[in-house]
Design a protein around this ligand. Structure first.
Ligand code: DMJ
Length: 494
């Protein structure tokens, strides 16, 4: 390791960390289920360790490394970083140490590689910060800060809204070619807040905090059609692109981070809570409907028209609604608990109405069609976590046994149809009883899907929600007990 990398960061008071271990469930049946999830994690990790080590992801059938453009052109060990905290809470200590060693010796951000700012933030910075808080190992904090420094040039735009991609070496940024009118994406530039606040907290350097607060202030000043945030914003002009609003892809985690900014600030960041409440009110009014068959769904708003289609990604919102119930405007806690439960039921139906009992990427509500994918291109399942994530939040807040039952159904289906000798793979068509595999083991399967399943069969004292807030990649970050506006109570910032 270079000496530069050993530069110590200022000492800051570490929040009181509660519930980092254990969570042993109360009865045998639950213990067995939890053990099974741990075994699935071992299978995913061990095969990645053998066939994909250091690559970003694994091709479990070809048994070799895999990557996509979000990680750039270099081998950054995305699966290692994303999996660390899951290994930690499962007590897989040898595997955790193996991952740590790889990070110490190999994880290098001085590479000529163009990465997604959002993906690298949620998976790498989020993963490294969570590993740091859980284990106390300084190396994770140091690496998180080194990477964050490399992301900062992405904010050098006329508005301060960051580019979607940045070259880690040159600092040159640009946007996705497919995004409306050269725009940056709401769910990308709006999903930096949690990690950046923690970076300022841990380093004493306010720059990260300033960058994300600038984004917030700019958004607050803008007009919103029907109170809705469009998914596209041009970083050169500061104008919205296409009027498309969704709680699924392109919009999703922006809303999640407004709520979680408030929770992470020990409920002192009232500005974030207000933005969340306003946004959710408009979403309920314009995007949420009940189907003829009585299923509540979240559609997509496109240029004044509601498309009755819900993505797997939007299923996370069931969990978000229950997480935000306490503290809601005019004490509508009961309403949001109910809404979260209805979304969970709809998403469960989208799983139940398939041959594999795994949900499609996107499903429709159109006449007789309810919660079913229509286009072939929307029938795939790529090991995504959102439905299980919602089951887990519903379980924590209601203790209704149905959520554990539904989670177990999903775990069995993953085991039956996605498990292959060399790991776990997505499937191309959930309506076909003889699945074709896509041959990708996504890093979020280890970071999120298996973590939420493990937590679902653990007792609530493992990572309790009044002390931990999960980033959008399921990396737990502790609640910070400081005033949201100045960070002034952090001695390192004075
Ligand atoms: C994850 O990388 C994150 O949850 C992100 O917010 C969107 N979805 C993927 C997994 O489906």
């Amino acid at each position: 390791m270079k000496t530069k990398e050993k530069k110590p960061l200022p000492a800051v008071p570490i929040p009181n960390l509660i519930g980092t271990h254990g969570g042993d469930p109360e009865d045998n049946d639950l213990r067995e289920k939890r053990e099974k999830i741990k075994e699935m994690m071992k299978h995913a990790w061990d095969n990645y360790r053998i066939y994909g080590w250091g690559h970003n992801e694994l091709r479990p059938i070809a048994r070799k490394g895999h990557s996509t453009n979000i990680f750039g052109s270099s081998q950054m060990g995305a699966t290692i970083v994303d999996a660390l905290d899951t290994l930690y809470i499962m007590g897989l200590h040898d595997e955790f140490r193996d991952g740590q060693k790889w990070i110490e010796n190999n994880l290098d951000f001085s590479v000529n590689s163009e990465v997604s700012v959002f993906e690298v933030n949620i998976r790498f910075i989020g993963g490294l910060l969570a590993a740091y808080y859980l284990s106390g190992e300084e190396i994770f904090k140091i690496k998180a800060v080194q990477l964050a420094e490399k992301l900062l040039p992405a904010f050098n735009t006329p508005t301060g809204i960051p580019w979607a991609m940045v070259n880690l070496k040159s600092g040159v940024g640009r946007n996705w070619g497919w995004a409306s009118a050269g725009s940056s994406i709401l769910a990308e530039f709006g999903t930096l807040h949690m990690e950046f606040v923690h970076l300022s907290y841990l380093t004493g350097n306010p720059i990260y905090y300033k960058k994300v607060m600038h984004i917030r202030k700019l958004l607050q000043k803008m007009d919103r059609p029907n109170g809705l945030y469009p998914n596209y914003l041009n970083p050169r002009t500061g104008r919205w692109g296409q009027y498309h609003t969704s709680v699924g892809g392109l919009g999703d985690s922006f809303y999640e981070y407004l709520l979680k900014a408030w929770l992470m600030s020990d409920k002192t960041d009232h500005e974030a809570r207000k933005m969340y409440d306003d946004a959710i009110e408009a979403i309920e009014k314009h995007l949420i409907r009940k189907s003829r068959g009585g299923l509540t769904f979240i559609g997509e708003w496109k240029n004044g028209h509601l498309e009755k289609k819900m993505g797997h990604l939007a299923c996370f919102a069931g969990g978000m609604f229950v997480l935000g119930a306490d503290g809601s405007r005019m004490d509508q806690a009961g309403h949001y608990l109910e809404l979260g439960a209805e979304i969970a039921r709809t998403c469960h139906e989208s799983y139940d109405r398939t041959a594999l009992k795994l949900g499609p990427e996107s499903f429709k509500f159109d006449g007789a069609v309810e919660a079913v994918a229509v286009r072939q291109a929307e029938k795939y399942y790529i090991l995504r976590p959102e439905v299980i994530e919602t089951y887990w939040y519903l379980w924590r807040f209601t203790h209704d046994p149905r959520y554990r039952e539904w989670g177990w159904e999903a775990a069995l289906a993953i085991e039956k149809y996605c498990r292959v000798t060399g790991g776990f793979s997505g499937v191309k068509d959930v309506y076909s009883s003889t699945p074709t595999h896509d041959d990708v083991q996504q890093s979020f399967f280890l970071a999120e899907t298996l973590k939420y399943l493990y937590l679902l069969f653990s007792s609530d004292d493992l990572l309790p929600l009044d002390h931990w807030v999960f980033n959008t990649e399921a990396h737990p970050l502790p609640v910070l007990h400081l005033a949201n506006t100045t960070l002034s109570r952090n001695p390192a910032v004075r």
